[in-house]
Structures are given as structure tokens and as C-alpha cells.
Design a protein around this ligand. Structure first.
Ligand code: SAM
Length: 239
């Protein structure tokens, strides 16, 4: 499999992705603001508005990291389990939750490819800016389907490829020149941010990813582009 532009074993990719997020965990939130000019907040608001978590619903926020999506869903009264493969990211999230006095959240280390939950446990499954880091994406999608109840909803927020003329090139120039430099200056880590840029480039296009979600057993799969598809929300139902 690819790690950036290198070919590595599956185990090595999972290990290196772990290194990337352990390295950036402490500066993760401020970096998101810097790199997206604060826009990630709007994308996350829009994503959660689409998920429409209802009070008392059980939601699994996979690759939940430092809790941005989970906090928004808990604010709407959902019972959220935040899972991530990386304990350093979850630790930052738990500290943030404590500061905000949020106690409806459960934090649990999990690999999206192989979950410890039983079948048909959750009303909704969310994954934001997480799936492209997963080594075996089809396995993660099958696990999402397995742990959802019948009538459960799947939602994914992820970078994709903008189909607006000229916009894609503009973004590429920004990604290549600005992101690793800011990563170096602020987080002291250009390589991690170089990996993140490469992982966005390699992620399948919107239609292709929608087909993968269907392949995992979901129906009514839809995608909604943001900024022409620079970012996209994919959704599907388990029936
Ligand atoms: N969802 C959060 C957000 O939107 O701010 C965090 C996104 S962060 C860019 C990606 C997260 O995916 C990291 O916390 C990383 O540890 C996690 N991740 C990577 N591979 C994973 C896997 N196989 N299973 C679960 N989480 C994984």
C-alpha cells in the first residue's frame, strides 16, 4: 500500500499513520484552523447538521480524534462513542471534553478495520477526515455496516477532488507549497503534513468512493460536494 509516495507493507502504513497523529496530536486543532483558514469548522457544522443526531441516539464517531464531531453531536443530545486508533489524539479530546464539562461521551481506542463492538449497536456512524488514513478502507466500511442497526445511517466527511475548473490546481499549489511549510513552522513537522497532502491526493474520487460504500452493503448512497468536491459528504443507509 502507499504511504505518501512510498510503497510500504500494510502493517508499516498503519504504524506510520500512528506516528503522524501522535506527532501532531498536541497541535492538531490549531493546525486545522491555520490550514483551512477556519473553514473546517463550517464543514463540520454542515456535516453534523446533515447527520441530525437526535437525543438519546447512539452514535459511533470513528477516527474521532480530538472530538470536534463528537462534541457537536453531544450538544444535540446524542450518546456518542468516540473511537480512534490513536490514544494520543483521544487523550487531547478527553482533556477538551473535561474543560467543556461534556460527560455524555465514551472514549475508546479502536481500529476502524476491526471493531470490538457487537453487531447492530448504533443508530449512526460518522467518520470525518479519517477514512483516507485507514489502511484497508473496504474492511472499515464493512465494519461500519456491521455495527449499525437496521435503519442506521452512515456519514463520511473527507477531502476529495474539486471539479471546479482551475480550483483543483489552485488547491494543489497551496497543498504543495504552503501546508508542509506551515506544518514545519507551527508543529515542527513537515513530513507529517507532507503525508497528509499525499493521502488527500491518493483518495478515490467522489463517485468511486460512493461505489465502495455500496459495495459494503449500504443503500441510497449519496454524495454532496463542498467547494466543488474539495471536500465531500458521503452518506448511506443500512436497511
Ligand atoms: N475526526 C477528527 C476531526 O475531524 O477533527 C479527527 C480527524 S484526523 C485528520 C484523522 C484521525 O484518524 C486520527 O485521529 C487518526 O488517529 C485516525 N485513524 C487513522 N487510522 C485509523 C484507523 N485504522 N482506525 C481508527 N482511527 C484511525
Amino acid at each position: 500500500v502507499h504511504f505518501g509516495d512510498e510503497i510500504v507493507s500494510r502493517e508499516e502504513k498503519t504504524r506510520r499513520v500512528g506516528g503522524v497523529f501522535s506527532s501532531v496530536a498536541r497541535r492538531y486543532d490549531v493546525m486545522n484552523d491555520l490550514m483551512s483558514g477556519g473553514m473546517h469548522r463550517l464543514w463540520k457544522d454542515r456535516f453534523v447538521a446533515k447527520v441530525q443526531p437526535r437525543p438519546g441516539e447512539r452514535v459511533l464517531d470513528m477516527a474521532g480524534g480530538t472530538g470536534d464531531i463528537a462534541f457537536r453531536m453531544a450538544a444535540r443530545g446524542a450518546d456518542v462513542t468516540v473511537s480512534d486508533i490513536n490514544p494520543d489524539m483521544l487523550a487531547v479530546g478527553m482533556e477538551r471534553a473535561e474543560k467543556r464539562n461534556l460527560d455524555r461521551l465514551t472514549w475508546q481506542v479502536e481500529n476502524a478495520e476491526k471493531l470490538s463492538f457487537g453487531d447492530e449497536q448504533f443508530n449512526a456512524y460518522t467518520i470525518a477526515f479519517g477514512i483516507r488514513n485507514v489502511t484497508d478502507i473496504p474492511a472499515a466500511l464493512r465494519e461500519a455496516h456491521r455495527v449499525l442497526k437496521r435503519g442506521g445511517r452512515f456519514f463520511c466527511l473527507e477531502f476529495s477532488t474539486s471539479e471546479w475548473p482551475g480550483f483543483g490546481e489552485l488547491y494543489e499549489a497551496y497543498a504543495d507549497n504552503v501546508i508542509p511549510r506551515v506544518g514545519k513552522a507551527v508543529a515542527g513537522d513537515a513530513d507529517s503534513y507532507q503525508y497528509l497532502v499525499e493521502s488527500i491526493r491518493r483518495f478515490p474520487r467522489m463517485g468511486e468512493f460512493a461505489a465502495m460504500i455500496e459495495e459494503a452493503g449500504f443503500t441510497q448512497v449519496r454524495h454532496q460536494p463542498i467547494l466543488g468536491g474539495l471536500v465531500a459528504i458521503h452518506s448511506g443507509w443500512k436497511i
